[in-house]
Design a protein around this ligand. Sequence first.
Ligand SMILES: Cc1cc2nc3c(=O)[nH]c(=O)nc-3n(C[C@H](O)[C@H](O)[C@H](O)COP(=O)(O)OP(=O)(O)OC[C@H]3O[C@@H](n4cnc5c(N)ncnc54)[C@H](O)[C@@H]3O)c2cc1C
Length: 387
Amino acid sequence: MFQGVDLFQLSDWFTEEERMVRDSVRHYVQQSYLPIVSQYHRKGLFPKEVIPQLGEMGLLGVTIPEKYGGPELTYTIYGLAMQELERGDSGLRSFASVQGSLVMYPIFTYGSEAQKNEYLPKLASGELIGCYGLTEPDYGSNPGGMRTKAVKTDGGWLLNGSKMWITNGSIADVAVIWAKTDEGVSGFIVDTDSKGFTAKAIEGKYSLRASDTGEMSFDDVFVPEENRLPLAKGLKAPLSCLSEARYGIAWGAIGSAMACYDESLNYAQTRIQFDKPIGAFQLVQQKLVEMVNEITKGQMLNYRLGRMKDDGKARHYHISLAKRNNVDAALTIARQARSILAASGITNEYQTIRHMLNLESVYTYEGTHDIHTLIIGNHITGLNAVQ
Ligand SMILES: Cc1cc2nc3c(=O)[nH]c(=O)nc-3n(C[C@H](O)[C@H](O)[C@H](O)COP(=O)(O)OP(=O)(O)OC[C@H]3O[C@@H](n4cnc5c(N)ncnc54)[C@H](O)[C@@H]3O)c2cc1C
């Protein structure tokens, strides 16, 4: 079985429980996910068959309390699980991130007791698929400009507008939709079967092909009052969910990088040119060393971030720094790995190019690389350069 690069023996720092979850997710990805991902990637579909398996392993809403159907584990465990899922594919990790951090987290944090009891156990088991709609066709990095509106009506709200680039958008049963109201931005749990709700998958993606990305529109969709998230007040509510998901991405990206490193190392040790393995050439070694160097730094960063998150000390700029660094490093590593695989590296016989293309989305979503630069810049200078 794939062991994963751990040059600085970070395993020694993890608890037995943390290692156990990491290894069991690693085993699952190796045994059950990797054999099927290529065919789904080719078809451009998310493998829905994995959803109940993720639920059974407690990977949907990892930190959610047991009384709501979650396994109530730590953020470090959540991070390790995301690392291992993304070693399979960024689409697999994206599914778990969205369900856990962008759908269950807002219901848990901003929802009523009735909403938590109604939705969380079914989302945790995978019986319900969730999605999170913040981005709109004209408002990506600037979600505060959103046009989607909810207007008060008898017994609830009328929702009008559209959302774009929504992970799980065309397969979701429930959507957490953020809309402007007279009281500012509010969150709504919307049944995707509601009258006036339409969603379709975005076609033609080169990246995250084994993940569903949809666009949706709302035409006078009635949302009952009991489906409004009562404690979500203003834009900081959806932004807090993004912080949760970005945390998982920081770990996940390193998983993706580990997969590319592993594949290219193996190739470098076995591919013969000029009568020796290509790994014997200094230039190839340099690439491998740069890869393991950056992976090690990313792992260290994640370890510290995980402990800070578990201690309640991780702030949004810590998470931005880890997401920014690790995704950028993973993308560079994937490209280096692809260059070692050379011609073989452009085919689906190897997984590196799938990771490389996926990481282009990961670089953009949940706050682009540039936006994270500005978030960190704002923190260290006290000056806002985003707007
Ligand atoms: C595969 C995929 C899945 C996604 N899933 C979801 C989801 O589930 N839910 C959801 O709500 N959204 C989702 N998104 C949307 C994603 O979060 C947005 O794409 C992202 O926020 C960027 O928005 P944009 O693409 O509109 O780019 P824009 O905001 O138009 O940015 C274009 C370029 O301008 C730069 N830029 C913008 N503003 C500034 C600034 N102030 N200073 C400097 N540079 C700036 C950006 O960095 C970028 O390089 C997903 C996207 C993808 C690709």
